[in-house]
Every structure is written in C-alpha cells, then in structure tokens.
Ligand binder design. Sequence first.
Ligand SMILES: *Cc1c(COP(=O)(O)O)cnc(C)c1O
Length: 435
Amino acid sequence: MVYSQVEIAEWQREYPVLKNVLNLKPVFWTNPNFKGINEASLPITRDDIEAAEELWQRFAPFIEKEFPDTHETHGVLESPLRPIPHMQARRLPAVEGSLYLKCDNELPIAGSIKARGGIYEVLQHAEKLALDAGILKKSDDYAVFSSERFKTFFNQYSIGVGSTGNLGLSIGIMSAKLGFDVSVYMSEDAKRWKKDLLREKGAHVLEYKGDFGKAIAAGREETNANPKGYFVDDEDSKHLFLGYSVAALRLEKQLQEQNIPVDAEHPLFFYLPCGVGGSPGGLTFGLKQIFGDHAHCFFVEPTHSPSVLIGLATGEMDHVSVQDFGIDNKTEADGMAVGRPSKFATPITDQLVSGIYTIDDDELYRLLSMLADSEDIWLEPSATSGITGPEHVLEYCRDQEIAMDQVTHVAWATGGALVPKNDMETFYEKGKQLN
Ligand SMILES: *Cc1c(COP(=O)(O)O)cnc(C)c1O
C-alpha cells in the first residue's frame, strides 16, 4: 500500500511531525504516549531478563571453548563503557553532563550489538532442541555443545534469517559453529564483505533483488516449509528482544564499578540506534526494569528510514512502512535500514521511549571521522548516530526540570569491529571531507 498525495496530506494534518519527516529533514519527536515504568503494561517482566542471563551463563563454557576472543571473559559477551571527553569537547562543547560510549562495536564474535540478540536466540533454540531430545540437562556442563555428537544432532536442523548484514553475521556464525544448516537471506545490495565472511564461516547466503523486506519474506517462507527449520524473525521476535535486554543488568555493574551515581538527581540518558526497533526496544525495556524512570531512552533513526518514528507517531505500529509514505529506505547506515518496525517491540517501545530523533547520512560520516580522530574509536556509520543525542534533549530536560549538568549521557555504539580496513578507510575519508 502506498498512500496517495491526498492521504499523505491528511496524515500530515493529523500528525504535524510528519511534514519534516516526509521531507527527509532531521526531526526530534517526544512521545505523547510515554508511560512511567509502573504504569506501563508489558508482556514480559524482569524475571524474563534474569532467566535470559542464566541461559547466557549456562552457555559460557561452550562459548569460551569455541571462541578464543572470549577467553579473557570466560565466555561472557560484554563490552566496555568508556567516557569520550575529547569527542564531547569537540562535537558537543555546549552540552552539560558527561558523555559515555557503550562500546558494543567491541563485542566478541559478531562485532556488533547483534552478538546480544542474535546469538541469544540461536542458543535458546539449540538448548530447547537438546532438552526436548533428552540429550541435555540444564545442570550439564554446556561445553558438551562442542562435541561431535551434538554437532551431528544439530546438523539435521536448519536455521534461517533475513538480514541487512549484522544480524545475519551473528546468527550465521553461531549457528554454523553449533552444527546447524544455516541460511541467511539478504538484499542484493547488502555489504559484500558481510556475505563473504558468512560463506567463509559455513553459512548459505541467498541474495534478493529490491528491498530487504522481500528477503525476509522469502526466508520466512522457505525456512518454515521445512518441519525442522527455525526462522529468526527480526520483525517479530521475543527472543532477540530478551537477548538485548540482558545488557541492562551488566551495565548496572559497570556503572557501580565506575562510581557513576544513578538516582533522580543523576539520571541516565540513553541514545539508541534503531532499525526494526528490536535492539533499542530490548535495551529500553531492560534499562527501565533496572533503573526505573531514572533511565530516559531515546531512539535515533536515519532520515531515510524513520520506521519506528512513523509507526509510533501515527499509532499504526507495524502496519505501516516508510515506503507507504514515499520514503525510499536508502541509507548507508545498513544496521538501521529497515522500513517496517517490529511487531513485538513496537507496542512496548510505545510506552517506554521518551523520544526519537532522525539523522542524515552525512552527519554519520562526520561523527565517524571525528570520533576516530578524537578518541581513536572506530565505528560503522550506524553506530555513531547516538553521539549527537545530548544536543536534542535540552528542551526535554527543561520540561522535566532535570539539571543537565548532572546527567550521564550514554551513546550506544552498536557496531564496527568486523568492518574491513579498506571499507573503514573509505568511511573515514568521506567523513574527513565533510568535516
Ligand atoms: C541492528 C543494528 C541496529 C539496530 O537494531 P534493530 O534491532 O534493527 O533496531 C543499529 N546499529 C547496528 C550497527 C545494527 O547492526
């Protein structure tokens, strides 16, 4: 369905933010449906996060054994929280409070935030299959997942996923390691190196012309046609969501270790890059469970892919896509290039997110080069988008009577470690020219 000019004009009359959104202008939108954590009605609870963390712990011996880059943390996939004072001084000199970067670009195995959601979903599926088959007890040492016996067992099952890139990498790498027959459905214009890496790891890569939505639809159909197939559905997944939410438990410890206070006078502001809305939704859910309303969460989307913003602003949720409104969904931020919001995550986000801003591709490159120069931290374009968050929330802080100099701002850096050197140099040069 693509709306006519008359229909679009009606939408814009009803929801004025859509004027700039449809003209591809950067906007800041505050959420009129926001509910405090105690008023929100949610389909999952803090117990679900704790249960997800326990699953991660059970699998740690297997992960440690199979992935050398997790030896140091004994199989726990976590990333550092780093202050970025030089970047703050350069890019946001007028902003008060302290700016931190949550460096999920450094997450082992997948080099992106998908190491949380994607890998979690594969692990919970593998565990369920093994428990159901009677070859595993939850009290076993999960290093047994490395055995030939287990790999042969999983080889009869297939896993499919539709991905613009990073989700496919996380699912493909972990599924292949466990022995699954794994297929990743991608749009033809997905990054070449991501496809090559997946094939090298033993995944099948299937390419589809046109929009990414087609790749997901084909993947869902083909995978589900096999009775032993399991489709990881980025458009509607509770497991991905829970995998992401665990980050909040871990962050609580990191803040304590760094003596960063969190209370009504010292709130936390999070700026979360958003594609389908699963990772920022899962993080927001987790952060609100742990920090209550001392955590203020904002999403950021590309001006060419404002899918969650349109879904929330119109109240249509996953029933509308950016293409319905004549927006092309074309952006260099491939981690965020999703035209339709998640069915599972969006109704939760609707209650918990404080606001959303949009950002131009050029700005992503500028931030990328500036961060490399000022902090020697190298991100992929999508992952830089949270850094400008603090400059959007001045009015929000005034309205809520929050003293900005006491705020801890956390930009969530969602990916970058696996980007090949040549590609990264091209990104960097592009940003240099724009700065
Ligand atoms: C996937 C991804 C996002 C957004 O996550 P969604 O679950 O799609 O909203 C942001 N940045 C990067 C680098 C990603 O890979």
